[in-house]
Each structure stands twice: as structure tokens, then as C-alpha cells.
Design a protein around this ligand. Structure first.
Ligand SMILES: [Zn+2]
Ligand SMILES: [Zn+2]
Length: 111
């Protein structure tokens, strides 16, 4: 389960209520997109202030990092080790977003 900002308007897999583009969601391939609350993830703050588990090391102090259209959640340590898109060492995870884009085109985001 990843915490991210929705790239598409969709429907919550848990409560069937709408998810707007840009909303905070909890997402996994198995469960689809869900409201963080529906997935049991407590996110009381604005997206900029959210702390979520780092995608790389799982540190709970991870924050959203703007990398173009993606918003990976990294802790300060991993963020420092992987600078922004224009940095020389950052390598986007294309396999992940490619899957999402294909799925969204094929069946709609979250299904
Ligand atoms: Zn929901
Ligand atoms: Zn980390």
C-alpha cells in the first residue's frame, strides 16, 4: 500500500465514493485506490505536511516529493540520496507508473 496523490479521478475501492484528481489516496495493485481513511491510513494534514512511510526504507517520517507528475514518499535520508528529476542520480520508477497508465487506459484508475 502506497500513499500518493491521485493522478486520475476515480472511485474508492472500499466505499465507492469518488476520488478527485489530486486527492490523497492509499493505493496498491491488489486493493486499488482507496481514501486513506478507508484504507486505515490516518492523514489529518494537508498533502504538503503529510508524513507517510518512506517508499524506499519505510521510515514513518516520509514526505511527498514532487518529481514531475509523480509524488513519491521519501524520508529525508532517501530524498537526499535521490535528488530531483533534473539531478544526475535520480532514476524514476517507470515500471510503476507505466503499469498505472496502462491500467487507467484499459479499465479506469482504481479498478
Ligand atoms: Zn473511500
Ligand atoms: Zn527512506
Amino acid at each position: 500500500m502506497k500513499t500518493m496523490l491521485s493522478k486520475y479521478a476515480g472511485t474508492c475501492a472500499a466505499c465507492s465514493r469518488p476520488i478527485a484528481k489530486g486527492d490523497l489516496i492509499a493505493w496498491s495493485r491488489a486493493s486499488g485506490a482507496q481514501h486513506p481513511k478507508c484504507a486505515g491510513v490516518y492523514l489529518p494534514q494537508s498533502p504538503q505536511d503529510v508524513r507517510a512511510p518512506c517508499w524506499i526504507c519505510g521510515d514513518p517520517s516520509g514526505k511527498f516529493r514532487p518529481h514531475g507528475a509523480a509524488t513519491p514518499v521519501h524520508c529525508d535520508k532517501c530524498h537526499a540520496a535521490r535528488p530531483p528529476v533534473n539531478g544526475s542520480r535520480w532514476t524514476p520508477d517507470f515500471s510503476d507508473t507505466t503499469y498505472e497508465d496502462q491500467c487507467a487506459a484499459a479499465c479506469g484508475f482504481g479498478l
